[in-house]
Ligand binder design. Structure first.
Ligand SMILES: Nc1ncnc2c1ncn2[C@@H]1O[C@H](COP(=O)(O)OP(=O)(O)OP(=O)(O)O)[C@@H](O)[C@H]1O
Ligand SMILES: [Mg+2]
Length: 273
C-alpha cells in the first residue's frame, strides 16, 4: 500500500540510533565505533563479558557520561545529554534495582516525586493526596503489578516491587526508552520472571528497552534482538529468533566454547534463569 514519505519515515525511524560512538578514559579506549539502533517497542539485550563497555555505553545514552566521539540520535534528533536529568526529560530512564526511590516515604509519594499534584483549598495550594493515590493505584494495577499497600514505605518493599514501581512510573509519565543495567542481579527466580514479563508489557506499549544481563537465558526470553559488545566494539547484532546460545557465546568470547555451562564455569556465572 502507498505510504506518504513522511509517514514512512515516522514508522521506520528508530527510537535510538547510535553512530560510531567512542569513549576513552585517558589511555583506555572503552568503546570504539559502536553503532546500533533500538526501535519503538523493541527489547534489545546488550551482552558482553566484564569490561566489554556495556555500562559505559548505557551511561552515555542516559546522560551520565559524554561520548568522546560519534552521534546519538533519539527520536530522530541528534542529542547530547549533559546530565541524567536532561535524558530523563527527553524520555530516557535508567532503572536500577533500588537506588532511585526514596525509601522513607510511601509508594504514592515516590510515584509522584517531583511531579506532585496540588489542589487549592481556600486559595492555598495543598497536595492532592487522594488523586495521587488513585492514579498510582490505577497505573500499578493496569500494569498487572501487585503491591500489598501503597501506604507502605518503600523500605519495606522487595527489590522486584521497587523496580515495578519505577517502571510503572516511567510508563505513566510518558517515557520512551528504558535502560536496565543488570536489573535482576539481586532478585530471586519468581521476581525475575515477573520482571521479565513486565519488560514485555512495557515494550508492548511502544517503549524501547535496552537490558544488560550476564544471564543468557534472560536475553533469549525477553529480547527481540541481541547486541554483543566485545572489547569495546560491536561483535554481533542479531534477531534473537535467528541465533542460538552457542553463537552468542562465541560472539561474546570470540572463542568457540563448547556450551553454556562451560562458559558459565569459565566466567563464574550463576546457572539459574
Ligand atoms: N570512569 C572510568 N575511568 C576509567 N576507566 C573506566 C571508567 N569506567 C569504565 N572504565 C573502563 O572501561 C571499560 C568498560 O567498562 P564497563 O563498566 O562499561 O564494562 P561492562 O561491560 O559494564 O562490564 P561488567 O559486565 O563487568 O559490568 C573497562 O575497561 C573499565 O575499566
Ligand atoms: Mg557493567
Amino acid at each position: 500500500m502507498f505510504q506518504p514519505a513522511t509517514e514512512l519515515m515516522m514508522t521506520t525511524q528508530p527510537l535510538l540510533l547510535l553512530e560510531n560512538i567512542r569513549k576513552s578514559f585517558g589511555a583506555i579506549e572503552a568503546l570504539r565505533d559502536v553503532s546500533f539502533s533500538v526501535g519503538r517497542g523493541e527489547v534489545v539485550a546488550l551482552l558482553g563479558d566484564n569490561g566489554a563497555g556495556k555500562s559505559t555505553l548505557v551511561k552515555m545514552i542516559s546522560g551520565g557520561l559524554e561520548p568522546s566521539g560519534g552521534r546519538i540520535l533519539f527520536d530522530g534528533e541528534e542529542r547530547t545529554f549533559r546530565s541524567p536529568l536532561e535524558a530523563k526529560n527527553a524520555g530516557i530512564e535508567t532503572v536500577y534495582q533500588d537506588l532511585s526511590l526514596c525509601t522513607n516515604v510511601d509508594v504514592v509519594a515516590n510515584f509522584f516525586m517531583g511531579r506532585e499534584i496540588t489542589k487549592k483549598v481556600f486559595g492555598i495550594p495543598v497536595l492532592d493526596e487522594k488523586t495521587m493515590a488513585e492514579r498510582t493505584a490505577k497505573a500499578i494495577s493496569d500494569a498487572g503489578t501487585r503491591i500489598p499497600s501503597l501506604k507502605v514505605n518503600v523500605e519495606h518493599l522487595s527489590g522486584g516491587q521497587r523496580q515495578a514501581i519505577e517502571l510503572n512510573r516511567f510508563v505513566y509519565f510518558g517515557g520512551k526508552l528504558v535502560l536496565l543495567d543488570e536489573p535482576f542481579a539481586a532478585l530471586g527466580v519468581e521476581q525475575t520472571r515477573r520482571g521479565l514479563e513486565m519488560i514485555r508489557r512495557v515494550s508492548d506499549q511502544g517503549i524501547g528497552v535496552i537490558i544488560i544481563t550476564h544471564i543468557m537465558q534472560q536475553a533469549f526470553m525477553v529480547a527481540d534482538r541481541i547486541v554483543v559488545l566485545r572489547q569495546g566494539t560491536v561483535a554481533g547484532d542479531v534477531a534473537t529468533s535467528k541465533t542460538n546460545l552457542d553463537d552468542v557465546i562465541q560472539m561474546i568470547t570470540g572463542e568457540n566454547i563448547a556450551n553454556l555451562s562451560a562458559y558459565q564455569r569459565k566466567e563464574g556465572l550463576p546457572r539459574t534463569v
